[in-house]
Design a protein around this ligand. Structure first.
Ligand code: PRP
Ligand code: URA
Length: 207
């Protein structure tokens, strides 16, 4: 079973409720998604490994911390892009790879259409980012590809997860921890999350 972390901080939950609201226009939706992603990053990185780092203060030497490994963010296009700048506000040195995956609207099967990753991604801590975990098909495809290029340390960061998607990840990638803000009730007959927030990509980009 993947570990599933539901981040229940009230500030995040109030922003998530605004995102769910059908009346929230795309500019506000974009801003809220970025803010939530930034706030989630504190929780997602709580156990990130560090190594000692010696610095000279104006008064003396002291030993603090540095991240043990570089971090790579991998947003799943398109909607994952809406979270990227928020995460980068916390992890400003992170590199960003991109994976284009979209669902076939009839079969709900993932279609991979774009891949561009940093060449040394295998040596980094990877945060795979996509606001929606619905059937889990897109996340499974993305994780399978990342493992095929050597990624060994990865977390999946989403906003809203469906129980069906969590079960799918449990079946295919139980080693990848999931971080989300809510586990919703179920999928509808078109594969949309209920209550959900609609089509995240369309709402981020106003399409
Ligand atoms: C959405 C979402 C996920 C996927 C989740 O993307 O951003 O990538 O659906 O669904 P799944 O768990 O059933 O695979 P979509 O395919 O709508 O593409 P878009 O971001 O370009 O709109
Ligand atoms: N993708 C979305 O953007 N929303 C859903 O509810 C399901 C998949």
């Amino acid at each position: 079973m993947p570990s599933v972390h539901v981040i229940e901080h009230p500030v995040i939950q109030t922003k998530l409720t605004e995102l769910r609201d059908f009346a929230t226009p795309h500019a506000a939706f974009r801003a809220l998604l970025e803010e939530i992603a930034m706030l989630m990053t504190y929780e997602v990185t709580r156990d990130i490994p560090t190594v000692p780092r010696v610095v000279q203060t104006p008064l003396e030497k002291t030993t603090g911390h540095a991240l043990a490994k570089a971090v790579t963010l991998v947003p799943v296009l398109r909607a994952g892009l809406g979270m990227t700048d928020g995460v980068l506000r916390v992890l400003s040195n992170a590199r960003v790879g991109h994976l284009g995956v979209r669902r076939n609207e009839e079969t709900l099967e993932p279609i991979e259409y774009y891949k561009k990753l940093p060449p040394d991604i295998a040596d980094t801590e990877v945060l795979l980012i996509d606001p929606m975990l619905a059937t889990g098909g897109s996340a499974v495809a993305a994780m399978t590809y990342l493992k095929s290029v050597g990624v060994v340390s990865m977390k999946f960061v989403c906003l809203v997860a469906a129980p069906e998607g969590i079960a799918m990840l449990n079946q295919h990638h139980p080693d990848v921890p999931i971080y989300c803000c809510a586990i919703d009730r179920q999928l509808d007959h078109r594969g949309y999350i209920l209550p959900g927030l609609g089509d995240a990509g369309d709402r981020v980009f106003g399409t």
